[in-house]
Design a protein around this ligand. Sequence first.
Ligand SMILES: [Zn+2]
Length: 201
Amino acid sequence: MGACWGSRMFPASSGDELARAFGAYQEDQTEEYGTDGYNGTASTCSNVVIYDKTFDNEDEAEIWLESKVAKRDSGAVKVTGFPAPKASDQKKIDAIALKIRELDMELQAFPAEIIKRVRAAKSKTRGCDCGSQIAVNRIRSLSCPVCGVDFLTTDTDKARIEAMKVKRNKANAELVALKGSVDGRATKNGWRWLVGWLAAE
Ligand SMILES: [Zn+2]
């Protein structure tokens, strides 16, 4: 049973966001290579330990990490010298990204809003097309407990959901276009995470 070194760059972010991003990458590796604890990928390692170190050279950062990270561990340092949007462009990017996150949250919360509305209504039961009458105070989801079909989302709700999705996609397209046009004006003072791990195989 041996060990093999792997590394990968991640975008600049908070430490928590990096831990989540690396966790998602580990899950991808598990999906692709299986749950075998000796599959030679990042999925055999613990989640990332962040070292308070910054390098201006990727090779030096990697050599340093290789000297620090033990088998089945992973570590991260910052590497500088990458393109970064100008502050004014970054402000626009952040604003659109926030709008997208808010729309995502609204969309996610929508089913709960519908249930709240149904439970606050006067009628004590709700009928489904399958003929069942469901007591309002037992409703926990949008699906009829008898036939499993969504029996609470109205056409008005559907139109509102659709409108939110259209807005979200428009904002996303705007973000992609903005990021593309900003690349040419980028400065060189950006940074990224370099994550290295020593996988078991
Ligand atoms: Zn039903």
